[in-house]
Design a protein around this ligand. Sequence first.
Ligand code: G1P
Length: 288
Amino acid sequence: MRKVVVPVAGLGTRFWPATAVLPKEMLPLVDRPAIEYTVDEALRAGLDDLLFITSRAKRAIEDHFDVPPDIERLATEKGIALTARPEARFHFVRQNRPLGLGHAVGLAEAHVGGEPFAVMLPDDVLLGPPDCMTAMVRLAERTGRAVVAVRRVEPAQVSAYGVIRPTGELERGVYEVGDLVEKPSPDRAPSNLAIVGRYVLPADTFRLLRETAPAVAGEIQLTDALRALNRQRPMLAYHFPGRVFDTGSKLGFLQATVELAMEHPQLGAEFAAYLARRVEAAAPAYRA
Ligand code: G1P
């Protein structure tokens, strides 16, 4: 498996005005645009053919991964590691109508063809170990099954996610999927295992997406097509044990920033010391 579909067409209104002109995927997490964490996770999993589903005002993403040789040379002279990734191929298709995640993924059909493929939603920044996409690709190759990543969330939060109904544990941290539901209310959720934005899917997904009617929020939902897929070829859910940050929300974005800053090779120690002092000083106000 080489191909991964990365939907980035969303307007990012939750970050307006910061993202009125700038794609939200280009906002820096410490010193790198957020999208790079997803691209690197894909490359570590051997997914080196990346198709971005973009929209207007997202051209900066395309430019970012297309570093001209003169700039690369200048950066090398200055000892700066640029973001050129010569081993990767980047492709771009536009979604010019906001018809939902399922529609966005469906636009990849001509590029992906008849092969299994991955989908990665870059709002979810995942910090291992283990490496989520690598573990999923291995699991899919070993079992020949489609795989979706999940994590446990607070029961009150299930309505923000796709949620699976697990029917058994195939091996440690790998569930058989009985069903999937997009954004259920807490009283109707089949579990608190929420779908994380990482998928390994068969090419039949495209046919099922074409047959999927708009539903939640009037949009074509990827989860609904996977529900149909699951009836024909039961999927597996990989319980990702690492940290997941929803950088599509301001709080998640800030949390990811703090975590990555603390792990940063140059800044980490100094930043963590600052944070410890800062938290100590602020603590009385937050003590219950
Ligand atoms: C999408 C999917 C949802 C999944 C989530 C993960 O929702 O539709 O099933 O749980 O990503 O981040 P969105 O965040 O686009 O509303």
